[in-house]
Design a protein around this ligand. Structure first.
Ligand SMILES: *Cc1c(COP(=O)(O)O)cnc(C)c1O
Length: 395
């Protein structure tokens, strides 16, 4: 049995988005070559599958990305990396997050690449590698202004020496992360880019051999090819969503649709109130569809009065409180709605633009970002993998 509220994960869309990104990077690199400015080689792709692949199901998405030719995967912590290795993923896997001392074993037993973002983490890994009589490759994180994880870019001379001198730790790449790549303001991105350039030069001055560099998430890579360096780290784009206010000519396909079914239809009289708190009072005889998806499934309570669902190809506004396990939509304008009718919460129901609701629209309705919409979908919602008939004919 499967509940009727279901997330359909389109792995063909994930593969398509990766290929579309690669084609875009190659085309832009060729333009740079002709123009004599900017990088002339397309960067590698480190595909980000943290947080259960942004709620889409880490293992399925990782397999799709591996098939489509990503060079590396990235996860938030060691546990996420182990899940992928246990499922047979063989691509290199970068762990972004801070390492807690107790868990570093997994790096060695499961062949994961850690990020070292502090001298203390460097010492812990040095000890662990020595104890195992082995060497470990790592990526170095430099903080250029986000002020979260990473070695401060302006203090590397003091903090890096011991790490770079380690015979058991091998520096594979250096990276940073932008704070505001999806915002119109360019000043902070440019400042971070320069700080990163300087930090990389400093590394070489400290005695490191030249290493690979990466910095750009989806927004940054779309914004400026000078932010590509040797590899880019897209997440959002691969799931078919464009970041922030940025628009892209890329043909992105949403990797997730969320559907349900009407479980009951209810008529209320003028003046009657609907749902907890009775905040919605019918101004006319009103027909409501009851849909078995609520905040326990990650559907935000702020959707009340702001969001909509699609039923019979029409938009039905969400009215009354979103409760834990269900929500109600006003279907007065839609004829013949019956229990069993398909409900689209994210996705399309017909070919017209208004017959589509995407994570960006839902996010805008409640004042958040599309990342949160897909990452928050609850564990009660089954992720059903939709396999394409044939990727290439769809592309
Ligand atoms: C999540 C994350 C990314 C991917 O960001 P998107 O905006 O989804 O492309 C890249 N780099 C780091 C360090 C991240 O944490």
């Amino acid at each position: 049995m499967i509940r009727c509220t279901t997330a359909h994960v389109h792995l063909d869309a994930v593969r398509h988005n990766l290929r579309a990104l690669r084609a875009m990077l190659a085309a832009d690199a060729a333009l740079n070559r002709d123009a004599g400015a900017g990088p002339v080689a397309a960067p590698d792709i480190i595909a980000v599958v943290k947080a259960n692949a942004y709620g889409h199901g880490a293992v399925g998405v990782a397999r799709a990305l591996e098939e489509a030719g990503a060079q590396m995967l990235a996860v938030a912590d060691i546990e996420e990396g182990i899940e992928l290795r246990d499922a047979g993923i063989t691509l290199p896997i970068l762990v972004f997050g801070a390492l807690s001392v107790s868990e570093v074993d997994g790096l060695f037993t499961h062949g994961l690449t850690p990020t070292i973002s502090s001298p203390g983490a460097g010492r812990a890994l040095e000890q662990a590698a020595r104890a195992r009589g082995t060497t470990l490759s790592y990526h170095l994180k430099v903080d250029t202004g986000l002020n979260r994880l990473g070695f401060r870019h302006d203090n590397l001379g003091r903090t890096l020496q011991a790490l770079l001198a380690s015979p058991v730790l091998s520096l594979e790449a250096v990276y940073t992360h932008f704070s505001s790549a999806d915002e119109p303001d360019v000043a902070s991105v440019e400042a971070q880019r320069r700080a990163f350039d300087t930090a990389c030069a400093h590394l070489v001055a400290c005695g490191a051999a030249p290493v690979r560099r990466h910095a750009a998430n989806s927004a940054a890579l779309l914004r400026d090819s000078r932010l590509w360096f040797d590899a880019v780290r897209p997440g959002l784009l691969l799931y078919g969503m464009a970041p922030g206010a940025l628009h892209t000519a890329m043909d992105l396909r949403p990797a997730m649709t969320l559907t349900s079914r009407v479980v009951a239809v209810k008529g209320v009289r003028t003046g009657e109130a609907v749902g907890y708190g009775g905040r919605f009072a019918a101004e006319r005889p009103t027909t409501l569809a009851v849909i078995p998806a609520g905040y326990a499934d990650g559907l935000d309570r702020r959707l009340e009065g702001r969001g909509a669902v699609l039923i019979r190809g029409r938009r039905a506004p969400i009215v009354g409180a979103v409760s834990m396990d269900m929500l109600t939509a006003d279907v007065t304008e839609i004829s013949d709605v019956s229990p069993g009718d398909e409900v689209v919460l994210l996705g399309s129901q017909g070919g017209a633009a208004w017959q589509q609701i995407d994570a960006r629209e839902m996010a805008a309705a409640i004042g958040t970002i599309p990342y949160e919409i897909v990452c928050r979908l609850g564990s009660r919602i089954a992720r059903v993998t939709e396999t394409a008939i044939d990727d290439e004919t769809i592309d």
